[in-house]
Design a protein around this ligand. Structure first.
Ligand SMILES: Cc1ncc(COP(=O)(O)O)c(C=O)c1O
Length: 368
């Protein structure tokens, strides 16, 4: 295989991040401290939520949010199978059962019209995943939640800065969860955060983050050590100053790719729903001819990195099958077989983007 000249992802760490980390290291306060608190306040303000509770991964954010909502054994949470396994696993960790509704094939997010069929007397929550940087149809999802008295927990791990009908992702559900893993639109190295407007849920999340204690050494629940460190928060504070610019560059890159790829035969380029701001965590195409692996080989041979997000609907993962967690989502299966993510990150040059376009055109020609 040829050398990959344009990688699928590239975190941008600048001087400010390094200065901030050095300052924390010199301060001696390297666990959860004042930088975490500052980061929580600033991130919550940026998304338009009252409270932010920082943790050490996006997975921990989802787990804590579910626990804070009182979800556990005997409960069912409706989510999408077309996502990273952390979305489903966080439900499994609590003892609850993930129940899968199908996706909308345009946005690849949870299809509101497929949710009601999955509701049973055990359903307590809906967890839409704001996939690839775009929100699910939250008005419809919130309406269903209201009708059946369900909690809404947004998995916003991939959608920092995305907007749905004028509201930023992170301020729409009862609780919202972000990841700051290095490939995400902004990073803290590993890290995550929960945002909410509900003071009680915020308190409860803080408790589960720190061994179930609201007052030190007084434990009211079995909690975890999911604390973020000030070292991570220091990186996050520097990234927060740049996230809007990072997102604008992703959007500009996506528009350039859309234009360059619009007449290419055999592919569907990303769809941005009306009233939505898509922040292109991923730029994901779907191929409609040939075999996906052949497209990937040709694109990689042209020096362009790719990702498959995601190749297997969660209910077909071996461990979910072993646990008897089932699903039947034809759209998710079709997407899983045919999507390819292409580089869209903020570091790309015009030459990089032209190489991506050429690579896809080459694959389309060769697979005729
Ligand atoms: C949709 C989704 N949910 C949850 C997670 C988990 O986040 P983390 O890797 O920070 O634990 C990720 C990120 O990998 C993700 O993409």
């Amino acid at each position: 295989m040829s050398e990959i000249k344009v990688p699928i992802a590239k975190p941008i760490i600048g001087d400010k991040e390094i200065e901030n980390v050095v300052e924390v290291l010199k301060s001696g306060m390297i666990a959860q401290g004042p930088k975490v608190e500052e980061f929580e306040q600033k991130f919550a303000e940026w998304v338009g939520a009252e409270y932010g509770i920082a943790v050490n991964s996006g997975t921990a954010a989802l787990h804590v949010a579910l626990l804070a909502c009182g979800i556990g054994e005997g409960d069912e949470v409706i989510t999408t199978p077309f996502t990273f396994i952390a979305s489903g696993n966080s439900i499994v960790y609590t003892g609850a059962k993930p129940v899968f509704a199908d996706i909308d094939l345009k946005t690849y997010t949870l299809d509101p019209d497929s949710i009601e069929d999955q509701i049973t007397e055990n359903t307590v929550a809906i967890m839409p995943v704001q996939l690839y940087g775009q929100s699910a149809d939250m008005d419809k999802i919130n309406k269903i939640a209201e009708k059946y008295g369900l909690i809404v927990i947004e998995d916003a791990a991939q959608a920092h800065g995305a907007i749905y009908n004028g509201n930023k992702v992170g301020s729409i559900g009862d609780m919202s969860c972000f990841s700051f893993y290095p490939t995400k639109n902004m990073t803290t190295s590993e890290g995550g955060i929960i945002t909410t407007d509900d003071a009680d849920l915020a308190e409860s999340a803080k408790m589960f983050r720190a061994h179930g204690a609201s007052v030190r050494y007084h434990h009211n629940a079995i909690g975890y050590n999911f604390r973020m460190t000030d070292i991570s928060a220091a990186i996050g504070l520097a990234q927060l100053e740049k996230i809007d610019e990072f997102n604008e560059r992703r959007i500009t890159n996506a528009e350039y790719l859309n234009e360059g790829l619009k007449d290419v035969d055999g592919i569907i380029t990303p769809y941005c729903a009306h009233g939505s701001k898509h922040v292109y965590h991923q730029y994901t195409i779907r191929v409609e001819k040939g075999v996906r692996d052949n497209w990937v080989d040709i694109i990689n041979n042209c020096g362009v990195g790719t990702g498959i997000h995601y190749p297997i609907p969660l209910y077909n993962q071996p461990i979910y099958k072993a646990l008897g967690i089932e699903g039947n989502c034809p759209n998710a299966e079709l997407a899983a077989d045919n999507v390819i993510s292409l580089p869209v990150h903020p570091s790309l040059t015009k030459e990089d983007l032209d190489l991506v376009i050429e690579a896809v055109k080459t694959a389309s020609r060769e697979l005729d």
